[in-house]
Design a protein around this ligand. Sequence first.
Ligand code: GLV
Ligand code: MN
Ligand code: MN
Ligand code: MN
Length: 412
Amino acid sequence: MVANVLEVNPERLWESLERSAEIGRFRDVGLRRLALSAEDKQMRDLFVEWAKTAGCTVEIDRLGNIFARRPGTDPSLPPVAIGSHLDTQICGGRYDGILGVLCGLEVVRTLNDRGLQTRRGIEVICWTNEEGARFNPPMMGSMAFAGVLPLESVLATTDDAGITVEQALDEIGYAGPAPVGRTFDAYLELHIEQAPVLDREGCDVGIVVGGYKTQALRLTINGDTGHAGGTPMAQRRNALVGAGYVIAAVNDIGLAFAADEGRTTTTRIESFPNLAGTYAEQVKLTIDFRHIDADRFKAMRAEVDAAIAAAAKKANVEIEVAEGWSWGSELFAPECIELLKSTAKELGLPYREMRSQAGHDAYAVATMAPTAMIFTPCFEGISHNVNEAIELTRSVPGANLLLNAAVTRANR
Ligand code: GLV
Ligand code: MN
Ligand code: MN
Ligand code: MN
């Protein structure tokens, strides 16, 4: 261990997490804090209050992204940014996203405790709508910020009730005046792993070197509709039957690619008219598939396309396929990965290098600033589930890595 190692305050981190878990509580232990909802506003307000109390200046851009800055001694230098998200899934857990934000705040609070200045400022960011649960696609705030998605199309995106992102931002008072886009010296994001590797291996720190190539497809399956009793079986063009074939085939493809960690999922289904006594005229499905390797990803895609065509034929329906959101499997910046590794070594922290199967705001920011991520274990990898759980003692090493790496970079 080096002499000037900094340590976060675990009790304070835990208290803040517990306080945040009261906002949007769902099914006793989980959270429903949908992007730009009243609960999201409440959590944002609390974060802003905490950040201001910690001496940060707070700016909000037109996308509702929140930037809380602890100034550095040289204001002409771009800051080191640390971020994640406050929103959750509909049946979400207490740590997905907010752990990274609160560890960022803990960096600021720890520096304050110690009366330490950094040369560059440190900016803690809450990205709008990482989850994509209310407004799709996911990672909307960071993607539009980084110019990966067009700003105007993001603002015009609607939820199921027809409310636009722009209206929802106005509604909660988070359509800010700050210009979209700013410069970071580096970006670091801490997140629970959302997979079981760290937990099972008993390792507390993952240094994330990149993600999985990921593609969502939006399928519209068109058949016809009619009586569930009267219509002869051979005459039906039941869109739900087409959907069933697709769902089963997509899952089989995931199983066939499981040995090298391929993933396929049907995530969403909508059926019309969705009535007992009537077979379905139209079904909309969202599927996604992920692979670490570009060639294997292509092979998966070919199998998915073939399975869709076969399902359409077998169910005598038409299936339209639209490309949904996607992200690549590029590696994060070597300089940031190296910073995390060397800092972990200085702190005497065992770590594991890994890739993330999940999407993160860091992928968007990586297109505009040197970026890397830290993973911390969550119980059995359970996430997007109210039973998501962490052990504080297994989260603190990652938080300390974030703290010391951010300070090293900020003093550069
Ligand atoms: C989003 O975070 C995803 O991984 O689906
Ligand atoms: Mn997340
Ligand atoms: Mn999530
Ligand atoms: Mn996510």
